[in-house]
Write a protein that binds this ligand. Sequence first.
Ligand code: SF4
Ligand code: SF4
Length: 447
Amino acid sequence: MTAESEERLGNFFGRNIPDVNVIRSCVHCGFCLPSCPTYRLTKRERSSPRGRIWLMNQVSIGNLELLDPIFEEEMSLCLNCRACEAVCPSGVKYGEILEASRAQIEEHRETPVAEKAARGLAFNVLFSDMKRFRVASHALKLYQRSGVQSAVRKTKLLNVIGLGESEQMLPELSDRFTVPHGETIAALGEKRGHVALFTGCIMSTAYAGVHESTIRVLTRNGFDVTLTADQGCCGALHVHAGEPDGGRKLARANIEAFEKAGFDAIIVNAAGCGAALKEYGHLLKDDPSYADRATAFSSTVRDVVEFLGDAGLSATPGPLNWTVTYQEPCHLAHAQRVTKQPRALITAIPELTLIEMPESSLCCGSAGIYNLIQPDMSSALLTRKLDNALSTGAEAIVSANPGCMLQLAAGLRARGDRRPVIHLIELLDRAYAAAESAAEPESAAAD
Ligand code: SF4
Ligand code: SF4
């Protein structure tokens, strides 16, 4: 019998109980400590992966209350960046037990009314339905474009009520949104396969331009791309925030949207979404109607950088005379273990120089809604990340996840630094545009 099916494990009780076998697979070696951002900043054992697993074990044997303030604080202070998981010699699935612990806390704590309303609005209203999400995004776009945003910022009114920093993090919304209707964009040249694009919530509104770049780069490399209808948010925010039921609902809908067509791969360009989609098999493992379908779905998910890096570029990028540095998204490097392909794609661009920053895979402090709920730790990590990135002297920061890009861009804005933060696939798209413009005079001459 697994711990998930038990009703009580020490002071864990009810649904979503962490798997005791995973908790006890930690051998307390401490190899993970140097990789943990919160340990590196606090130097506190309890704020390390080993310390947090020890706390979980204490709850599991009844020595610590589930709602003990230290337990609650540490489950919240953890970034769920999974750097510990990537280096653990015992293979402890830390993300699984952290997410279950958070779900337990959410299930049993007394949530203040205002917080309950805010969570309900975010998780049950906005992120659960893409039509509503897009309506809200249009309203946000109006707020940004009408001049109200700059007027509000000038009054510093939001600082008085403690929302100034959060408002600065709002993404600048794209001029157009990606609304998937089932259309297919045909490959250019020799066809190598047929993929589906997962469009998501924030990527399809704040970063629709990244989707356009993704489609251009994939079709240029011989892949038909379908924008599958009826897909929605991946559910990562729900799962990370202790709301797994909301995540499961979205996972079931996405499986139904994609499973009939039999694509070669489901392509994602947001590392956080990709990690969540690859873990639908675990999320729905206790659902007899969906467990096998979820595993099959997850097995076809690929980050676009992973996919193109493995498949190889069939079209040659043009030159970009630029120096860039690469910020590794945690959910690409640690959760999906994709580290070589991004660098291979960046260095495939002629004349471009990649300067590695120190601590490239240390979390930037974004981590979903972490920068809203743990602003001090988030801000300290952002400062460290930007210091590292700017120490390279690179002209642009390249990343592959919307959360990281928003966080880095907000940090650069606050420093008055106008350096761009761009998605890796946009970088490749620019290189292909350079190849095209380099080819134009030649074809004109040939005419
Ligand atoms: S590296 Fe793994 S086994 Fe060692 S302390 Fe960390 S989580 Fe436990
Ligand atoms: S997930 Fe990240 S912040 Fe949390 S314990 Fe592991 S390394 Fe530390």
